[in-house]
Design a protein. Structure first.
Length: 240
C-alpha cells in the first residue's frame, strides 16, 4: 500500500502516509470567524488543504488515542478524501469503500503470511496493532451512527411531545462511550399519552429507516465490511 510513501527511501510513518494518499485542494485562508485573511497588499492568502503542518504528529504517535488523533487531524481540515491511485499500486477498481477494503484485506493477508514466514520478531505486535485498528475503525463508525440517530430521533420525538429513553452507555474503548435508543422503554414510557398508539410504529421503524438511508447506509455497510475484514485477518493469523 502507498508505494510512493517509501520512494524517497524514508520510513512510511503515519505522517508520511497521510501526506502521500490524501487528496489536496487550494483554498483561501480564513480566520476563526471565517473571514478571508489577506496579505498587506490586499491579496487573499492561498493555502493547501489539508494543512498537515498544523498537526502535532509527535503527539499523535501511532494513533492509538483516537480522541487525540481526531483532534489533531481536524486541525488540518482533512475531510477523509484519499487518492486510491496513490493508496494502491495499479489501482483499477471502483472508488468505493467495498473495493478499498477488499484489496486492503488481500494485502493484509499477504503481509501476515510474509511476516510469519520470515519469522519477523515484530510480527505479532504489528498484526495485533492492525487488528486493533480495524476494530477501532468499525467501533468509531458505530459511535458516529449512534450519535446521529440519537440527535435526529430526539429532535423529531420531542417536537411531538415524546420523551426518549436510552440504553446504558455502550463502551468500546478506545472509542468514547455512547448510548442507543431503547425502543421498548421509549414506547412504554409514552404509552399513556393521547394518540401515542399511532406513533408506536413510527418509533419502532425509525432506526431501521435511518440506517437504510443515504450516508447512514454507507456507515452501516462500512461497519459490516470492516468487521468482516477484521475477522478474516484474525482467522488468517490462526492458520499461519
Amino acid at each position: 500500500m502507498a508505494p510512493g510513501c517509501t520512494d524517497a527511501g524514508t520510513i512510511c510513518n503515519l505522517e508520511a502516509f497521510m501526506r502521500e494518499i490524501s487528496k489536496t485542494k487550494k483554498d483561501v485562508q480564513r480566520d476563526a470567524n471565517k473571514k478571508i485573511i489577506k496579505t498587506p497588499d490586499g491579496k487573499p492568502i492561498i493555502i493547501q488543504i489539508p494543512e498537515f503542518d498544523k498537526v502535532d504528529w509527535a503527539l499523535i504517535g501511532e494513533g492509538a488515542d483516537l480522541s487525540v488523533f481526531s483532534a489533531e487531524i481536524d486541525k488540518s481540515g482533512f475531510s477523509g478524501k484519499v487518492d486510491n491511485m496513490k493508496m494502491f499500486k495499479g489501482w483499477d477498481q471502483k472508488d468505493n469503500f467495498e473495493s478499498v477494503m477488499t484489496l486492503a484485506e488481500d494485502i493484509g493477508k499477504k503481509a501476515i503470511a510474509k511476516l510469519k514466514a520470515n519469522k519477523n520478531a515484530n510480527a505479532d505486535d504489528r498484526i495485533n496493532k492492525t487488528l486493533a485498528a480495524l476494530k477501532a475503525h468499525a467501533d468509531a463508525r458505530r459511535y458516529d451512527v449512534a450519535q446521529k440517530i440519537v440527535e435526529k430521533f430526539e429532535t423529531e420525538m420531542k417536537a411531538k411531545g415524546i420523551s426518549v429513553v436510552y440504553t446504558d452507555p455502550i463502551e468500546r474503548p478506545p472509542v468514547p462511550g455512547y448510548r442507543k435508543i431503547d425502543t421498548d422503554k421509549t414506547i412504554s414510557e409514552n404509552m399513556d399519552k393521547v394518540g401515542f398508539s399511532k406513533m408506536e410504529k413510527v418509533v419502532r421503524d425509525f432506526v431501521k429507516k435511518y440506517n437504510s438511508a443515504g450516508t447512514s447506509l454507507s456507515h452501516v455497510e462500512a461497519i459490516a465490511q470492516t468487521q468482516g475484514m477484521h475477522d478474516h485477518l484474525a482467522e488468517a493469523c490462526k492458520r499461519n
